[in-house]
Design a protein around this ligand. Structure first.
Ligand SMILES: CC(C)(COP(=O)(O)OP(=O)(O)OC[C@H]1O[C@@H](n2cnc3c(N)ncnc32)[C@H](O)[C@@H]1OP(=O)(O)O)[C@@H](O)C(=O)NCCC(=O)NCCS
Length: 128
């Protein structure tokens, strides 16, 4: 932390979620990632990469089947470099109007006990 930074200043955030979901109708426990952000003046110094590695290590310790996040094209390379893969199948989720196919952003997966690349993920709830 810089000398002039306020104490307990947040410079990077990675949110971890747990979700009981389905992959090809098989019950799975997902580790969800969301709210990944580094304060602009601290970007490109390895903070988000370090936090993401801690997050997937945490999911592995907890026995999650695999991890999932949603991201926009300009961040695909960042996640690919951390070992995540774009999910090639269909993702379904709940919205106020009912169950829909989620296609607003790409879904990326990180393999743990399972390493799904295609098929159908049903989030059985809202996206995070
Ligand atoms: C994406 C973001 C979280 C990266 O945070 P960061 O702390 O700067 O990331 P890191 O410093 O760990 O970056 C590690 C490496 O990834 C690279 N990188 C960072 N953002 C990248 C991107 N969008 N695309 C490709 N590479 C990227 C860095 O250059 C660095 O590479 P290097 O080690 O070869 O120098 C940050 O740019 C950010 O907060 N963006 C705005 C919010 C956002 O888009 N969040 C993601 C929502 S899915």
């Amino acid at each position: 932390m810089r000398d002039d930074a306020p104490p307990h200043d947040v410079v990077c955030h990675v949110g971890l979620f747990e979700r009981q979901a389905l992959w090809n109708d098989r019950p799975v426990t997902l580790g969800g990632i969301g709210g990944v952000a580094t304060r602009p003046d601290r970007q490109r110094s390895g903070l988000a990469s370090a936090a993401m590695k801690q997050a997937t290590a945490c999911f592995a310790r907890e026995g999650k089947d695999f991890a999932v996040l949603f991201c926009e094209p300009h961040n695909h390379a960042f996640y690919r470099n951390l070992g995540w893969h774009e999910f090639g199948g269909a993702v379904f989720c709940e919205q106020p109007q009912g169950r829909i196919r989620f296609a607003v952003m790409a879904t990326f997966v990180y393999g743990l006990q399972l390493a799904p690349r295609d098929g159908t993920i049903d989030l059985r709830g809202l996206p995070w």
